[in-house]
Design a binder for this molecule. Structure first.
Ligand SMILES: Cc1cc2nc3c(=O)[nH]c(=O)nc-3n(C[C@H](O)[C@H](O)[C@H](O)COP(=O)(O)OP(=O)(O)OC[C@H]3O[C@@H](n4cnc5c(N)ncnc54)[C@H](O)[C@@H]3O)c2cc1C
Ligand code: FES
Length: 282
């Protein structure tokens, strides 16, 4: 491996000229989808609703009781509809920020900064993709299935979860025309050997021109190794704690392996979607 370097840093003026808005969004609904996750639907017309698959927003989370989240929290766009002006986020209620988000009631407002970052791409020579995700990673991957359908690309979604109660987004993937395979910890089917067997089968059947993943280090490494072995195109959406979300504070820097050289990049600015081959373990 060669030396460590920083990815090119754009001038701050470039960050401000990006197509980003800080929108006062009205809550339409904010409902539980299972014991851990909520879906928030926001009325956010204008630039926000033009978000593409894999892009994210930095969301203001209200102060509730002892929870005083100072920084906004990054969330992938679960849905964005430029016609209705609605933007949706599927989120796990995990800590101070998301507990505040969970407390928002219909007709209250919160500010969302975005759309931010670099989303997913589908190279023109790809006819089929496999998306493999777990937990909040499925929220990031679901809009990719719709983007693929819009381009005539066949999708297989492998949805990994602890048990049946934690399975997310299956209807969303099916509505986007995806074939869905569910793998669970509770019955052992999420075991790496079984997921690898599924990926190899899909490749042998000609259903895996591209690999896309989010939400699990182990699943990312599995796809990365297989993509290298089988010569498959791949992308990964990375998660990293963030502050500004705009490329200016450098709090989200991670190391990437760019053709043998370790390069530091900002997940919010250079990603959050990166070439699968470049990702390093977390
Ligand atoms: C680009 C991007 C997109 C994301 N999209 C989603 C999404 O669609 N849905 C969703 O539920 N979450 C998403 N996350 C993660 C989300 O931002 C964190 O879960 C959230 O910030 C936790 O905030 P909190 O204040 O509730 O919890 P905290 O009290 O800050 O943390 C609770 C737990 O979550 C961990 N955590 C905090 N921030 C992150 C982070 N950025 N990534 C991973 N783990 C974190 C902490 O280490 C801790 O264990 C995304 C993160 C990024 C960077
Ligand atoms: S969060 Fe500030 S540079 Fe990425």
């Amino acid at each position: 491996m060669r030396q460590h370097s920083f990815a090119d840093v754009p001038p701050v003026a470039d960050a401000f000229s990006a197509q980003v808005a800080d929108t006062a969004a009205r809550v339409v609904a904010n409902d539980w989808v299972n014991a851990e996750y909520k879906l928030i639907v926001l009325d956010a017309p204008g630039l926000a609703a033009t978000a593409e698959a894999g892009q994210f927003f930095n969301i203001e989370c209200p102060v509730v009781g002892e929870d005083k989240p100072f920084f906004r929290r990054p969330m992938s766009t679960y849905a964005a509809d430029a016609v209705t002006g609605r933007v949706e986020f599927l989120y796990k209620v995990a800590g101070a920020g998301t507990r505040g988000l969970a407390a928002l009631e219909p007709d209250e407002t919160t500010r969302i900064l975005g759309p931010l970052g670099v989303g997913f791409t589908l190279p023109e020579d790809i006819g089929s993709i496999v998306v493999l995700g777990r937990g909040v990673g499925l929220a990031t991957l679901a809009p990719l299935a719709e983007m693929a359908r819009g381009r005539g690309v066949a999708v297989t979604a492998i949805v990994s979860a602890r048990g049946p109660e934690q399975v997310l987004s299956v209807e969303r993937f099916r509505d986007a025309g995806a074939a869905v395979e569910i793998v669970l910890d509770s019955d052992g089917s999420s075991d790496m050997a079984n997921v690898e067997a599924i990926l190899r089968r899909l490749h042998a059947e000609g259903r895996a021109d591209g690999f896309y993943t989010c939400g699990s280090n182990r699943l990312m490494l599995l796809m990365q190794n297989l993509a290298a072995e089988l010569g498959i195109y791949g992308e990964v959406a990375m998660e990293q704690q963030m502050a500004c979300g705009l490329g200016m504070c450098f709090c989200c820097v991670r190391n990437f392996n760019v053709e043998g050289e370790i390069v530091s990049k900002r997940v919010c600015w250079d990603g959050p979607v990166f070439p699968l081959a470049e990702a390093t373990s977390w």
